[in-house]
Design a protein around this ligand. Structure first.
Ligand code: E4P
Length: 216
């Protein structure tokens, strides 16, 4: 299973990449705006900080507008993936971009039908949003299981990125469903190695070790 980070925080990316845990990055316009930095600059910095794929959203009302943005963004690094929102124009854009040899990530996916279309269009990745579905009272993780089943039935090569991750539970469930990737916000990443019983155990071992070392 691959771990992507869902962030534009370059410091956090460097920190977790040093642990060997970061296989790629996803961003969206909201994440970039939240960073308070210039769009191009932050993407260039992220692209330079990590070898894996970096998803950047191509915004446009038509496929041609999206493709035009994609052509600019893809010059900002050699690992840029173009994120394309799921709709009719988005699907057309994915076809054009795939034809040009550019990698794509179809985003804002909330149904198995949408995921099926993304795969048929030749998307490299598809991003179903589990957290936003949960927020709307729908079981987001069931969608992941359904997509994995459908992709296996037909041998689609599109990789499933579990997106809109809110908790470590989401990451665990994504792994159980066999999803290729979970894209994880830095806050959730930092919770993954924590457990109160681990902290308690470490404190006790430190204490006991110090005591036994001082035994004559
Ligand atoms: C990732 O590709 C998405 O942009 C992101 O996970 C959305 O998360 P949110 O629902 O917390 O905004």
């Amino acid at each position: 299973m691959k771990f992507f980070m869902d962030t534009a925080n370059v410091e956090a990316i460097r920190k977790y990449a040093a642990l060997g845990m970061v296989d790629g990055i996803t961003t969206n316009p909201t994440i970039i705006a939240r960073s308070g930095r210039n769009h191009e600059q932050v993407i260039r910095d992220i692209s330079a900080a990590i070898a894996g794929p970096v998803s950047v959203e191509g915004i446009g009302q038509t496929a041609e507008e999206i493709v035009k943005e994609a052509e600019v963004f893809s010059k900002w690094g050699n690992n840029i993936v173009i994120k394309v929102a799921m709709n009719e124009e988005g699907l057309r854009a994915v076809r054009i971009l795939s034809g040009k040899g550019l990698k794509t990530n179809v985003t804002l996916v909330f149904s198995a039908s949408q995921a099926l279309l993304a795969a048929k269009a030749g998307a490299t990745y598809v991003s179903p949003f589990v957290g936003r579905l949960d927020d709307a009272g729908v079981d987001g993780m069931q969608l992941i299981r359904d997509i994995m089943d459908i992709y296996k039935n037909y041998g689609f090569k599109t990789e499933v990125i579990v997106a809109s991750v809110r908790s470590t539970k989401h990451v665990e469930e994504a792994a159980k469903a066999g999803a290729h990737i979970a894209t994880i916000p830095d806050k959730v990443f930092a919770e993954m190695w924590k457990h109160p019983l681990t902290d308690k155990g470490i404190a006790q071992f430190l204490d006991d070790h110090a005591r036994s070392k001082s035994n004559k």
